[in-house]
Design a binder for this molecule. Structure first.
Ligand SMILES: Nc1nc2c(c(=O)[nH]1)N[C@H]1C(S)=C(S)[C@@H](COP(=O)(O)OP(=O)(O)OC[C@H]3O[C@@H](n4cnc5c(=O)[nH]c(N)nc54)[C@H](O)[C@@H]3O)O[C@H]1N2
Ligand SMILES: Nc1nc2c(c(=O)[nH]1)N[C@H]1C(S)=C(S)[C@@H](COP(=O)(O)OP(=O)(O)OC[C@H]3O[C@@H](n4cnc5c(=O)[nH]c(N)nc54)[C@H](O)[C@@H]3O)O[C@H]1N2
Ligand SMILES: [Mo]
Length: 603
C-alpha cells in the first residue's frame, strides 16, 4: 500500500477538527493512506513498549488501530495503514476514547446488595448468588422467569455464548439487546427486502459512487472516518453528488448538492414521492427488475397518488427540490445510500428504510462497485448481537419460525429442537420490561447497557428495575445508573483488556487482542458468562457440557461451525488469518477464502 508519513495529528486538536486534513482522490482510485496517532501527554513513540492490534469499539465504523502500551497501561493509539476500513485514519472517539479504560472510577470488585446497600464481595459469593437465584427460579417458575438484556458493545464470542446459554441452555426466549433501541430497523429492512440480515455492499463503494444519498444520517458527526472518505472524494476529481435528507442543517447538509429538510416523521411520504417520480420518468432498470425483483406491480400501484406536490405539502419541502433529488438519483450510474437514526428512530421506520432499498432494486443499483445500500448500525458490535442470536433472532440468521432452521441449530448445539424455544418470536426489550413489571420475569441479567438511562419512559423503567421481587444482575465497567439498582454488580474487563472479534456494518471482521490487564478483579464478559454456565451445570443431550469452550478463540471456532453454509459464513476465518489481515468481510469460506466484498452480485 502507498506509504505516507504519519500525520502530526497528535499535535492537532482533533476535537476542533474532527476530520483532519484532506487526501483527495478520484472515482475508482484507492483511498490514500493517512495515519493518525494520539499518545498521552509526555509519551513519545520511543517510550511505547508494544503496539497491540485491534479496531475501534465506539461506533459501527470499525476503524483499525493499534493500542500503545507502556508499563502495562494503555497510553495511546495509532491508526492501521493497511486496514481496509480506515487506511490509517482515526476519529475523535478513536483517538481519545481509550482514556476511559484508565479511569479511576472503574469497577474493580463484585458488589452485592446487603441490607439495602451495595457492598464489595468476592467472585464466588457474587456468582453463587447469580447462579443460585437462576436455579431456584428455574425450579419454581420455569425458564420464562429469566431474561437477558444485552448490548451492541461486547464481542462476538460473548454474544454467541450468551445466546447459547439463554436459548439452548436455560430455554428462555426473553433475550434482546439495546440494539432494539438503535438499529433493529436495519435488520428488519434488510430481511424485508433481501430475506436476510447482512449488508449488500462495502465501504469501498464510496470510492466508486457518483451519487451518495444520506437518509437521516449525520455521518459527519457520528461516523467521522467514513465521512472523511466522502470528504476526500468531494475534494478530488469528478466528485460524487450528495443528497442529504435531514430536517437539520447538519455538516452533511452543508456539503450536499441537494438538501431535503422534511418535517420530522414524514420520511415515508418523502420516499414514496421520490420513488413515484423515478417510476414516472422510467428511470427504472427493467431488465434487473424483471430478472430479480418481485412485487413491482404492487409497488407501482401503491405509489399512485404520492405526487411531488402532495409530498411537498406534507413534508414541507419545495417541490422543485424533490424533483431535483429524484433526477439526481434517476441519473446515477453508481448509487450509494446510507440510512440511520433519522429514519430508524422516526415514524414507520422499517417502511421508510425499505423504500430506500426499493430505490436500489428498481434502479438495479446493487452488487456492482459503487452500487449499494448501507442500512447502518450505530453501536460498534451491533452486527454481532444480531448475528449471534443475542437479540430478537437466533444464531447465524436462523429464523425461529422455520422448523428446518431450528433442527439445524439443535444439531449444532446437540440439544433437542424442543429445548430451543421457538413458539413465537424472541421477546423484544420493551415487552421484557413489561413482563418484569407484571412480575412474570423475576431475574434480569443486564450486560453492557444502561437501561435506566437509555430506555424510553425512564420514570417507569426505573420503577420496574427497582422492584423488590426482581433479581437484577448488572455486568458493567462502571457503576452505572442501572448498576446502582442491581442486586449483584459484576465488574467487567473491556476492549483492550480482553481478546475477541467483532463485525462492523460492511461485514468486516476484526480481531481485537488483549493489550493490558483489567483493573482490580475485573473479568472479561466471556469469562463471567462461562463461569455462570458452569455453575448452572448446563448440559447437551449426551450429558456433556453445553458450552464447549473456555477461551475466546475456542468460542470463535464454535461460532464458525454454527455459521457453516449460512449467509454469514465465517468458516474460512481464524484468529491467525485475522491477525494483521486489515479486516476480512464475511462470507469467508472455501469458496471465498479472502472474504467477500459485495453480496447479491448475481442479483
Ligand atoms: N460522537 C458520537 N458518535 C456516535 C454515537 C455517540 O454517542 N457519539 N453513537 C453511535 C450510535 S449508537 C448511533 S445509533 C449513531 C447515530 O448516528 P446518526 O443517526 O447519524 O445520528 P443522530 O443524531 O441520532 O440522527 C441523525 C439525524 O437524523 C435527523 N432526524 C431526526 N428526525 C428525523 C426525521 O424524521 N427524518 C429525517 N430524515 N431525519 C431526521 C437528525 O436531525 C440527525 O441529524 O451514532 C454512533 N456514533
Ligand atoms: N433519549 C435518548 N435515548 C436513547 C437514544 C437517544 O438518542 N436519546 N439513543 C438510543 C441508541 S441509538 C442507543 S445505541 C442506546 C445506547 O444505550 P446504552 O447502551 O444504555 O448506552 P451506553 O451509555 O453506551 O451504555 C453502555 C454501557 O456499557 C458499559 N460498558 C462499556 N464497555 C463494556 C464492556 O466491555 N463490558 C461491559 N460489561 N460493559 C461495558 C458502559 O460502562 C455503559 O454503562 O440508547 C438509546 N436511547
Ligand atoms: Mo445507537
Amino acid at each position: 500500500m502507498d506509504e505516507q508519513a504519519p500525520s502530526a495529528s497528535s499535535r492537532v486538536d482533533r476535537i476542533a477538527e474532527p476530520w483532519g486534513t484532506r487526501t483527495p482522490y478520484g472515482p475508482g482510485e484507492r483511498w490514500p493512506v493517512r495515519v493518525d496517532t494520539h499518545l498521552a501527554e509526555g509519551v513519545g513513540d520511543e517510550d511505547v513498549d508494544r503496539w497491540v492490534p485491534t479496531a475501534s469499539i465506539l461506533h459501527s465504523n470499525g476503524d483499525g488501530l493499534d493500542i500503545a502500551v507502556r508499563d502495562g497501561r494503555i497510553v495511546g493509539v495509532r491508526g492501521r495503514a493497511e486496514d481496509r476500513v480506515n487506511h490509517g485514519r482515526l476519529g475523535p472517539k478513536d483517538l481519545y476514547g481509550w482514556q476511559a479504560n484508565n479511569s479511576a472510577d472503574r469497577l474493580t470488585k463484585p458488589l452485592i446488595r446487603r441490607d439495602g446497600a451495595l457492598v464489595e464481595t468476592d467472585w464466588d459469593t457474587a456468582m453463587e448468588a447469580v447462579a443460585g437465584r437462576t436455579k431456584a427460579l428455574l425450579a419454581e417458575r420455569g425458564p420464562s422467569s429469566i431474561g437477558f438484556y444485552t448490548t451492541g458493545q461486547l464481542f462476538l464470542e460473548e454474544y454467541y455464548t450468551l445466546g447459547l446459554i439463554a436459548h439452548g441452555g436455560i430455554g428462555t426466549s426473553h433475550v434482546d439487546g439495546n440494539t432494539r433501541l438503535c438499529t433493529a430497523t436495519a435488520a428488519a429492512a434488510l430481511k424485508e427486502s433481501f430475506a436476510s440480515d447482512g449488508q449488500p455492499g462495502s465501504y469501498t463503494d464510496i470510492d466508486h459512487a457518483d451519487v451518495i444519498c444520506l437518509y437521516g444520517h449525520n455521518m459527519a458527526e457520528t461516523q467521522t472516518v467514513l465521512w472523511t472518505r466522502i470528504l476526500d472524494r468531494l475534494a478530488g476529481p469528478n466528485p460524487p453528488q450528495v443528497l442529504c435528507v435531514d430536517p437539520r442543517e447538519t455538516p452533511v447538509a452543508r456539503h450536499a448538492t441537494v438538501h431535503l429538510a422534511p418535517r420530522p416523521g414524514t420520511n415515508v411520504m418523502l420516499m414514496n414521492a421520490l420513488l413515484r417520480e423515478i417510476l414516472e420518468h422510467n428511470w427504472v432498470d427493467e431488465a434487473y427488475v424483471e430478472a430479480h425483483a418481485v412485487g413491482y406491480a404492487e409497488l407501482e400501484m401503491m405509489l399512485d397518488g404520492y405526487t411531488v406536490e402532495r409530498a411537498a405539502e406534507v413534508c414541507g419541502v419545495p417541490p422543485a427540490d424533490l424533483r431535483e433529488a429524484a433526477r439526481i438519483i434517476g441519473g446515477a450510474e453508481r448509487l450509494l445510500s446510507t440510512v440511520l437514526q433519522g429514519f430508524y428512530q422516526s415514524h414507520q421506520a422499517t417502511a421508510a428504510a425499505v423504500q430506500v432499498n426499493n430505490i436500489h432494486i428498481v434502479r438495479g443499483m446493487l452488487g456492482r462497485p459503487g452500487c449499494s445500500v448501507l442500512q447502518m448500525n450505530g453501536q460498534p458490535t451491533a452486527q454481532n448481537t444480531r448475528e449471534c442470536g443475542a437479540d430478537g433472532d437466533l444464531p447465524a440468521f436462523r429464523n425461529w419460525s422455520n422448523d428446518a432452521h431450528i433442527e439445524d441449530l439443535a444439531r449444532v448445539w446437540n440439544v433437542d429442537p424442543m429445548d430451543i424455544p421457538h413458539y413465537t418470536a424472541p421477546t423484544h426489550a420493551m415487552q421484557m420490561m413489561r413482563y418484569v413489571e407484571d412480575g412474570s420475569i423475576r431475574f434480569l441479567y443486564v450486560t453492557a447497557t444502561n437501561p435506566a438511562v437509555s430506555m424510553p419512559e425512564l420514570r417507569r423503567m426505573r420503577r420496574i428495575l427497582s422492584q423488590e421481587r426482581l433479581f437484577l444482575v448488572v455486568q458493567d465497567i462502571f457503576l452505572s445508573e442501572t448498576a446502582q439498582l442491581a442486586d449483584v454488580v459484576l465488574p467487567a474487563a473491556t476492549w483492550g483488556e480482553k481478546t475477541g472479534t467483532f463485525t462492523n456494518v460492511d461485514r468486516t471482521v476484526h480481531l481485537s487482542e488483549k493489550a493490558v490487564d483489567p483493573p482490580g478483579e475485573a473479568r472479561s464478559d466471556l469469562d463471567i458468562l462461562l463461569d455462570y454456565a458452569r455453575r448452572l451445570d448446563l448440559r447437551d443431550q449426551d450429558g456433556a457440557p453445553l458450552v464447549k469452550w473456555s477461551t475466546a478463540e475456542e468460542a470463535f471456532e464454535g461460532w464458525k461451525e454454527c455459521t457453516r453454509g449460512r449467509p454469514c459464513d465465517y468458516t474460512g476465518m481464524s484468529y491467525d488469518k485475522l491477525r494483521g489481515s486489515g479486516g476480512i468481510q464475511w462470507p469467508c469460506n472455501d469458496e471465498h477464502p479472502d472474504g467477500t466484498e459485495r453480496i447479491y452480485v448475481d442479483g
